[in-house]
Write a protein that binds this ligand. Sequence first.
Ligand code: AMP
Length: 212
Amino acid sequence: MRLILIGPPGSGKGTQAKLLSQKFGLCHFSTGDILREAIRLGTAAGKQAQPYLSSGRLVPDDLVNEMVAERFRRDDRLDKFVMDGYPRTLAQAASFDQVLRQHFLDLTVAVVLLVPDQEIVRRLSGRRSCPKCQATFHVAFKPPRVPEHCDECGSTLAQRDDDREETIRKRLQIYHQNTGDLVGHYRAQGLLREVDGTGTPDQVFTEIAGFS
Ligand code: AMP
């Protein structure tokens, strides 16, 4: 299965990607996680990306496109994957098409998770994540067993800089600006499936798994 997840920030792409990778043995490829790790390590790419992430803007296409192309060039080639947060623009989709062609890989499906903006703001402003193992929690919907501490590794949980309300609104605006073209691109290829992202994670997962 080779799958792309499209959806606004907080629509559950990360949660679904994790479930799909466990269930189907897919590689979970999250450009957001890779960029946050690059920032944490202080690499050149991380230094370039940092101001974009903290203000909720998209990192330039060339930087993420190269990051993805480089990963596909490695020896342990990605044969089965779930893309979480890439591509996000039409230019990224065009670049990704080219990478896939070079490696003789076809996409199975491009899934769009539909969640209203109001629900996104509610979800993201309560989101907390573990800076060490990336596990995510929510102060109301999925509280950790020990307040403010990760259930998986015990680290102190943090709120992502870009999960503050005004940054969330900016990220939503950017999402809506780019998504029409992106969705149109995959619809034209007959690959697009729309899924209601407001159900429970299990309900959403069952629907996506049905496309395999
Ligand atoms: P995410 O964890 O997917 O919500 O991504 C967090 C942030 O990383 C985004 O707000 C962007 O600043 C950056 N980012 C992640 N993926 C991409 C991408 N495909 N293109 C551009 N910027 C990205």
